[in-house]
Design a protein around this ligand. Structure first.
Ligand code: 1GP
Length: 232
């Protein structure tokens, strides 16, 4: 299933342990895609382990690249984050240039999608790492969304609240200015109701940490999202 139609995705952290039983339940839950990605201690070994254990299922798999040394063949998609509100150009295009110089000749561009990240929670690891230390205002969010769609023509605008539940009004503000670019929401979803709320505003909803804290609750988000009509 093409990532441009995903409504629900689970994000698995290769640095965290998870049982085969849990992986099976997640992969067969009806979710539209599984994203492998994290911030700390991402190793090729960890990525390969999840890839090998998930590839037996039909669910599409995407690698969200955070460390070039942990990239491998075998995924359906490669999501490349560029942090629009980072204060360090390294996280916007720096490591990207290094990666392209080394691997550009062997990339299959139809498998690659760039995600314009707007990091909303300055406490999260990704914010600390990339220097996204100021909370973007509503005007900032709208500006970044327009930047993603109109200036950079990115396929994905990712509002990243990682670890905290976002403000639906702010997410709506981003949604209201996007036509072509997909709005992906991630962060702090711990219940089916929260998943449904964000799915009524964003095109794709990403479920992360609750997988490791409360698998049952994580699985409940799938039907909750599917029950909601996708925004335009
Ligand atoms: C993290 O957006 C995802 O990159 C999901 O966030 O872990 O808070 O669910 P949570």
């Amino acid at each position: 299933m093409d990532y441009r139609t995903w409504r629900h995705a689970f994000k698995l952290d290769p640095a965290k342990d998870i049982s085969d039983e849990a992986l099976e339940q997640l992969a067969e839950s009806g979710t539209d895609g599984m994203i492998i990605g994290g911030t700390d201690n991402i190793t090729l070994e960890g990525v390969l382990d999840l890839l090998a254990r998930l590839r037996r299922y039909a669910v599409p798999l995407a690698l969200e690249v955070s460390d070039v040394d942990a990239v491998t063949f075998g995924f359906d998609y490669y999501f490349i984050p560029t942090v629009l509100n980072s204060t360090d150009v390294k996280w916007m295009n720096g490591i990207h240039l290094d990666a392209l110089k080394e691997f550009g000749h062997m990339m299959k561009w139809e498998e690659v999608a760039t995600e314009g990240y707007c990091i909303m929670n300055p406490e999260c690891k990704a914010a600390q790492l990339t220097g996204a230390t100021e909370v973007p205002t509503k005007e900032d969010v709208v500006g970044y969304a327009r930047m993603a769609e109109h200036l950079f023509k990115l396929p994905i605008f990712y509002l990243e609240y990682s670890g905290t539940y976002g403000d639906p009004k702010l997410v709506s503000a981003a949604a209201s200015v996007l036509d072509e670019t997909r709005l992906v929401y991630g962060g702090g979803i711990r219940t089916a109701a929260q998943a449904a709320e964000m799915a009524s505003i964003a095109h794709t909803v990403v479920i992360g940490n609750v997988i490791y804290d409360d698998l049952k609750k994580a699985l409940e988000t799938v039907d909750a999202v599917k029950a909601v009509t996708s925004p335009k």
